[in-house]
Design a protein around this ligand. Structure first.
Ligand code: GLY
Length: 426
């Protein structure tokens, strides 16, 4: 080989090796395209199959095996708390929900994300149809989950297809969410059922985005002030010294704590996986909307705790961080997806966010693999497999969940934005 040719060949080899090392040119985003295309196919198949029912997809009807539940809980199950088993003919079929279910906003929200990433107008038409179905929620006051329901549906509609009628729905619903706030207690009441005096669950942090939106839309700080009071009261009461959190804090009428519990987790003192995910996402959003550094510091503490506590190789956590690490321990893909979204946003707010970004990327790659991503036409039209709703109640154990799909797609959207990736270039 002549000297000049040798220099060129060596140069190409060095460039190739360094591109692989820095992950620039040679980066492979096939996994993103696979995830989006699969979601497109699954969600549109679902739209076709549920057309005319007036309902929305939530999960799959599933049963449970009491000995497996007891192995996971490491205690006897409380029989009265188990959900009724579905009839045999329902098992394995799509579980639909009505618009008053806490998860009703996720399917329209998932359609909005797929529309945003692909630009497919057919998906947009379905997103509009299922968002409009939720219109009566604007009159509803029976739950704190109004944030999930309306922000994921109408909130995304406002972002991607603004129409004059949307802000009124958001503002009215935010007002109804505020009607659940008690000044003396300093929190929004989460649930109207159960034995607690005034239950507030960590999930409630996710509903504050609706209030931040309403203040931006109206210019009225009222909604945002309530969100801040809620976040401030939750911070000292919901968290343990190691930054894991309880699920439910119930308050007495004077604002003191009545009970600290973990309703959907392994035990009251365990770290229920999705609860930790709601916490990191919620406090990251609180910082985004207020620029108050105490929320940022807190979100980082929660994020660091999550990354140190998750025991699985692929970063998709067991349903509870304190569950026994057994081969058959159910995962919770929904907790992983919510965590990825929170960490991606957090990565942009701190000086060295790469550890959060890289962890979120690992989660999204795992979720986009065959281990979690449904095969085409399978999984009753859901995108992801292997989530857990409430194992302690024998409910939705190792099934697809509409909110796992929603936050997976939100995670892909956030990732692509941060990387400057466009679907058409994939
Ligand atoms: N917000 C209810 C749950 O996370 O299961």
């Amino acid at each position: 080989m002549k000297l000049k040719q040798l220099f060129i060949a060596t140069g190409i080899a060095i460039l190739t090796v360094s591109a692989c090392k820095t992950g620039t040119k040679a980066e492979d985003y096939k996994w993103i395209k696979t995830g989006i295309d699969r979601a497109h196919q699954q969600l549109m198949l679902t739209a076709e199959e549920i057309d005319g029912t007036g309902k929305l997809p939530r999960s799959i009807w599933s049963g449970y095996d009491i000995s497996m539940l007891e192995q996971q809980l490491e205690r006897p199950v409380i029989k009265d708390s188990l959900r009724a088993l579905p009839s045999a003919d329902k098992l394995g079929t799509r579980r639909l929900c009505d618009i008053y279910d806490w998860t009703s906003g996720f399917y329209p929200g998932s359609l909005w994300y797929v529309y945003e990433m692909t630009g497919d107008e057919k998906v947009k038409a379905q997103a509009i149809k299922y968002t409009e179905l939720l219109n009566p929620i604007r009159e509803y006051t029976g739950t704190h989950d109004l944030g999930f329901m309306i922000n994921c549906s109408y909130g995304n509609a406002l972002r991607l297809s603004p129409a004059d009628t949307i802000p009124a729905v958001i503002v009215q619903t935010a007002g109804n969410l505020c009607s659940r706030f008690d000044e003396k207690i300093g929190c929004i009441r989460s649930w109207d059922f159960g034995y607690w005096n005034y239950p507030v669950i960590i999930d409630n942090m996710m509903n504050l985005d609706l209030l931040f939106s309403a203040s931006k839309l109206t210019g009225d700080p009222y909604y945002k002030e309530i969100a801040i009071k809620h976040a401030d009261k939750t911070m000292p009461n919901h968290f343990r010294d190691d930054y894991t959190c309880w699920h439910v804090i119930s308050y007495n009428d004077d604002g003191s704590v009545e009970m600290k519990e973990t309703y959907q987790g392994k035990a009251h003192d365990s770290a229920w996986a999705r609860g930790q995910a709601w916490a990191v996402y919620g406090y990251t959003a609180a910082y985004r909307e207020t620029q108050d550094k105490k929320y940022l510091d807190f979100a980082q503490k929660i994020a660091d705790m999550i990354m140190s506590k998750v025991k699985t190789e692929d970063a998709i956590p067991y349903w509870d961080y304190d569950a026994p690490a057994l081969e058959n321990t159910p995962r919770d893909a929904s907790a992983a997806a919510v965590t990825a979204c929170g960490l991606l946003e957090l990565s942009t707010m701190v000086e060295d966010g790469s550890r959060y970004f890289n962890y979120a990327e690992k989660i999204l790659k795992s979720l986009s693999s065959d281990a979690y991503l449904a095969a085409p036409g399978q999984n009753q039209g859901y995108v992801l497999m292997h989530s857990t709703g409430s194992l302690a109640h024998g409910s939705e154990v190792d099934v697809p969940l509409n909110y796992a799909d929603y936050y997976y797609l939100e995670g892909l959207q956030r990732y692509m934005k941060l990387k400057g990736i466009e679907y058409k270039d994939l």
